[in-house]
Design a protein around this ligand. Structure first.
Ligand SMILES: C[S@@+](CC[C@H](N)C(=O)[O-])C[C@H]1O[C@@H](n2cnc3c(N)ncnc32)[C@H](O)[C@@H]1O
Length: 278
């Protein structure tokens, strides 16, 4: 019934969402939901499930309704005001793991625009020897990122800061440059707003979605222009790209004396841009 209700409301992944919402209402995980199919439901549970399904039917993202989203095998707490982690961003973690293996000492890694902290926290837990920082202009995001780090027992230095100035402050305090900067910056152009799903357009924070001044390459340029002073000579940038950005990323890097490389996501889209100085 839950699934049919969501299908009628035009929810795309109606079956998965119905399972997530109903199991959340019953205080179970998805596997337990199947194991306890015969268990009678109390009227309080039914009311809770109905409320969650109605919210989802109004296109509120499931992650906001249940307050979490899985990223790289771990649950991250999210709420309105903080971007919901996306699976394609996991590619940055895969590539960061490979890059950091070659450092041969404790690596220093910073995440610009950390949001829920999904990248910084995951890297802190996945990299064997690394120190992690995460910055965001949104105090709300940093608060959520700190909460995620604490719950997942990851050590990350989070701070509220605007753009590359936050990274420069970290380098200044350390007295030495970073080995890796990762970022999934806002890259959507204002003209694309109408093509976004209502879940994204109406519920996720504009500051996390839209490129500053309508320029999707703003953060690429900013990181390439400042990266020389922020990174060790062998240091690297890993930046998530929007569609259509890949070719421009390569030429922006080349113009500035960087060697650029592209990594495709599972859908075959050039999603992550890697750059090291020539
Ligand atoms: C696309 S979201 C990425 C969030 C998270 N890293 C992830 O992958 O789910 C971009 C993030 O950049 C932050 N942001 C936007 N403008 C910024 C700025 N000027 N300085 C620092 N962070 C900024 C937003 O608040 C948002 O959390």
């Amino acid at each position: 019934m839950a699934r049919e209700f969501l299908e009628r409301k035009g929810v795309e992944e109606a079956r998965l969402d119905a399972e997530l919402l109903v199991s959340h209402a019953l205080g179970l995980d998805r596997l337990q939901l199947f194991l306890e199919l015969e268990r009678p439901i109390t009227s309080a549970e039914l009311d809770r499930a109905r409320d969650l399904l109605v919210r989802r039917g109004r296109k509120e993202p499931t992650a906001y309704v249940i307050g979490k989203r899985e990223f790289y095998g771990r649950d991250f707490f999210v709420k309105p005001g903080v971007l919901i982690p996306r699976p394609e961003t996991e590619l940055i973690v895969d590539r960061a793991r490979e890059l950091i293996q070659g450092v041969g000492r404790e690596a220093a890694v910073a995440d610009l625009g950390t949001g829920s902290g999904c990248l910084a926290v995951t890297l802190a837990l996945e990299l064997e020897a690394a120190r992690l920082w995460g910055t965001d202009i949104s105090a709300e995001a940093v608060e959520v990122a700190r909460e995620n780090a604490e719950r997942l027992e990851a050590e990350v230095g989070f701070r509220v800061a605007d753009g590359v100035s936050g990274l420069a402050a970290i380098v200044g305090e350390r007295g030495s440059p970073l080995d890796l900067i990762v970022s999934n910056p806002p890259y959507i152009e204002p003209g694309e707003a109408d093509s976004l799903a209502p879940e994204v357009r109406e519920y996720e924070p504009e500051v996390a979605l839209f490129a500053p001044a309508g320029d999707p390459d703003h953060w690429l340029r900013s990181l390439l222009d400042s990266g020389g002073e922020l990174l060790t000579p062998e240091g690297a940038l890993l930046v998530e790209l929007g569609h259509m950005q890949a070719a421009r990323a390569l030429s922006l890097a080349e113009e500035r004396g960087w060697r650029g490389r592209l990594h495709k996501d599972l859908a075959g889209i050039e999603r992550v841009f890697e750059a090291q100085r020539v």
